[in-house]
Design a protein. Structure first.
Length: 342
């Protein structure tokens, strides 16, 4: 919403517009004194989406919407000489609205017709058609009353959409994670793939290599990634819990179905299992939700391969199976096709 009134910049009276869709203040460059220029520039996106670079200045404004010194953007030919955006200290859009009809001279506003509480009352003067303003209402507005803004119409599609409940967020649950320390000890001891790591517990190792150690009967792995980084202590995961750990790092709401590298990084922050890289890569590649929502434009086409030349007919055959299909009268559901490779 925009509204216009009278105001001044550096003592020069002019038209001021209040624009609630803007986040900054704009003034006409010719109204700014050279010593007020800051020497800096800022980017500004215009209403048509074009981003331009404009100089800034510190000026003194005296308007019904804002009074004081503030930083503004200097533009050669703005819509109005002064545009007040949503800056700290800016008021609403009601004070002293201006009628822009050229043939009408507005009457003086009575002292009892304050258009906005706390704003000095002004006497509008006649304007020309060049002073464009979107709001032409000059009647007094009661500050104690409120006006609800709403759309003029609602289509049937809008009404139907509001009546429908929001779709629930699809989040995969990971059951079976409520495992206590005693149960974890039993699973680690019973896992055949972890026997070699139990044998390496507390054995001397070379610098930079991972070390396995036991704490309160639970097997852990101490690993140093890069030089200068603190060692990471990882829980060695038994076979029964490995898929649940990766699912927790990939499928849950906070995981966000990240790619193989980020999912692997989340797993390795707390857990370790043999061949963890291959398992995480296969798990992410086979995730049903990821395959349904991945951007198809980023998946490249598979390269074409070359088939070997077949010299003898029927020495190489290709077999295709189609089905299941709806059963015909004979009761068959599949079609087998075996052409020659020639």
């Amino acid at each position: 919403m925009v509204a216009c009134s009278r105001g001044s910049i550096n003592g020069t009276k002019t038209i001021v517009m209040r624009d609630t869709g803007s986040t900054t203040c704009v003034v006409k460059k010719s109204l700014v004194k050279p010593e007020q220029m800051t020497g800096s520039y800022e980017l500004c996106m215009l209403i048509d989406g074009i981003v331009k670079r404009y100089p800034t200045a510190m000026v003194e404004l005296d308007t019904p919407y804002f009074s004081g010194k503030t930083k503004v953007l200097c533009i050669d030919n703005p819509v109005q000489d002064i545009i007040i955006g949503n800056i700290p200290g800016a008021s609403g859009v009601h004070p002293n609205l201006v009628n822009t009809k050229a043939t009408v001279t507005p009457k003086k506003v009575d002292s009892t017709q304050s258009l906005y509480t706390g704003i000095p009352k002004a006497v509008p003067e006649p304007f020309t058609n060049s002073e464009i303003c979107l709001n032409t209402n000059t009647s007094a507005i009661n500050a104690d009353t409120t006006t609800d803004m709403c759309a003029a119409v609602q289509t049937r599609a809008m009404v139907a959409k509001e009546s429908k409940p929001p779709k629930p967020l699809k989040v995969k649950s990971v059951p079976g994670l409520d495992i206590g320390p005693e149960e974890l000890k039993v699973k680690q001891k019973a896992d055949e793939s972890l026997k070699k790591y139990w044998e390496l517990v507390d054995k001397p190792i070379e610098d930079g290599k991972p070390q396995f150690f036991e704490k309160k009967g639970i097997l852990y792995r101490r690993y140093s990634g890069r030089r200068g980084e603190d060692a990471i202590v990882q829980l060695v995961v038994p076979k029964e819990l490995r898929e649940k750990v990766v699912s927790l790092a990939h499928d849950t709401l906070l995981a966000g179905h990240r790619g193989p590298a980020k999912t692997l990084n989340r797993v390795q922050q707390e857990f370790y299992r043999p061949r963890v890289h291959d398992f995480v890569t296969r798990y992410v590649a086979s995730c049903d939700l990821c395959q349904r929502n991945v951007s198809k434009g980023t998946v490249s086409n598979a390269p074409l391969g070359k088939l070997p030349l077949v010299e003898t007919p029927f020495s190489v055959i290709c077999v295709d199976i189609v089905g299941p299909i709806s059963q015909p009268s004979e009761g068959f559901q599949y079609i087998t096709w075996a052409p020659s490779g020639v």
